[in-house]
Design a protein around this ligand. Sequence first.
Ligand code: XMP
Length: 563
Amino acid sequence: METEKNPPIISKDKSRRVAASNDIEVSTYLEIAEHKTGQKSVTAGEPADEPEREAIVIIDFGSQYSMLIARRVRELQVYCELVSHDTPWEKIASLNPKGFILSGGPSSVYEQDAPLAPSYVYEKHLPVLGICYGMQSITMQLGGTVAAGTRKEYGHAVLHLSNLDSPLFAGLPETMAVWMSHGDKIEQMPNGFSSLAYTENTPVAVMGNAQNIYGLQFHPEVVHTPEGKNILKNFIFMICGCRGNWTIGNFIDESVNRIRERVGDGKVICALSGGVDSSVAATLIHRAIGNQLTCIFVDHGMMRKEEVERTLVTFRQNLGMNIMLSSSAARFLKRLQGVIDPETKRKIIGEEFIRVFEEEARRIGKVDFLAQGTLYPDVIESASSGSKAAAKIKTHHNVGGLPADMQLQLLEPLRSLFKDEVRKVGSELGLPDEMVWRQPFPGPGLAIRIIGEVTKEKADLLREADFIVMHEIKAAGFYRQVWQSFAVLTDVKSVGVMGDFRTYGHLLAVRAVTSDDAMTADWARLPYDLLARISSRIVNEVPGINRVVYDITSKPPSTIEWE
Ligand code: XMP
């Protein structure tokens, strides 16, 4: 191994000083970064006047893990953005990048038209960390060679460090478990690079040069690489010299200023549903511009028990927000009469929602902005689904097709945040836990949890049963552990017996799933006694329901909702 060619950026003493700790403190990094760059760091507890803007830019080559890299960087309190590999420098310069991470990706770098890192990645003289395909892109672009491996390497491998002085490995053990997922391998490193670590199958599992360009063949962002977070931490703090000033408090202050600047004395409307995203977006905007914001709450009659009342109390009474409530249940029910097909239900509710929203909005007079709770994953998703130029509007709450003639500008203050960050913003803004931790609830509401035709009687029945499910799951401490938990009113009726009487009532299904992103889900292994309590309470307290079943299918092959 050519350790001589790759002089340590920090002294051996300094790097080894943190070796005992697995979870290295940020202040230690600052100290080391200071040593490295000669710049004065702001140590923990020392107030910084204006935190310097800093960011890590992640160049996305389409890996399924790209978003995870962004999550990991944000967890280290460093702002980052995931951008497509063809993003021009002008678009990211204002972020003040401190370094680049090149993601993995499904292509092979030696194929024609394979995506490669933009030239500024190498021209700006900033640190670069290539992960898997990213490493191969570096190799290819800087004059090395990449070839197909004799066999694909997928899963666990043991990494052996061969250069203990590399700042990338500060504080890490000499061998560690890593997660591999690649078919190609580095055949020859570019000039000036040396191998810093190897596995049994991969002689160049980590490489680096004196210009702070590194490559990892494994994935540090996945949980199967237990030291991965510390490797990223080393790169971000020690090598890039980041300070970790991305905090929720900073975000709120910056957003409030930006919203004020952009809106001026204009008017903003927002469709409030009680969901986390729209609630936090509205609260943040309200903090910035007060009553220039009007929220429109459309009660389509398919909300859960007490949802409308609770939302109004929180926003109108407690937060003093301007809310227009449109009680339109009858109107929606009328249009849903006789409709059984789930997609038709969705379409009707979507269309009617827009109509009601539009009618309410017109009563406000001239409006300039439409606020939406678009999150970062929505932004990335719409950018990667081929419609880069026209970032798609979130259709989530059925306000996507909003009145073209109203010429509203979009205000999306959460578009750089992940869901857990949104929750933190909500808490910091004073939203109650009940709002901040609310489980996802579909726009069409209970209409797609009533199998068959929707009637007011069925909706009332489901509301009662669903309330019991939610109450018991919360009481047992499972509400935050599961992704969603709810009741579904089926169109099956079955015979039962209560006292001396035969009953013929509805069959109710209880669904509780665990999931990370709703793309896949597993049925939640709730304790039997909790299920027994839910079942017993429902059949005793909700007349008309005499049987309860628990849904034990995962997604796929099922979906989370029944319709
Ligand atoms: P499925 O049932 O497809 O649901 O596994 C995945 C996630 O999406 C939610 N969902 C919806 N949300 N409008 C929404 O706003 C809808 O029509 C809709 N359908 C499903 C569902 O609750 C789950 O979180």
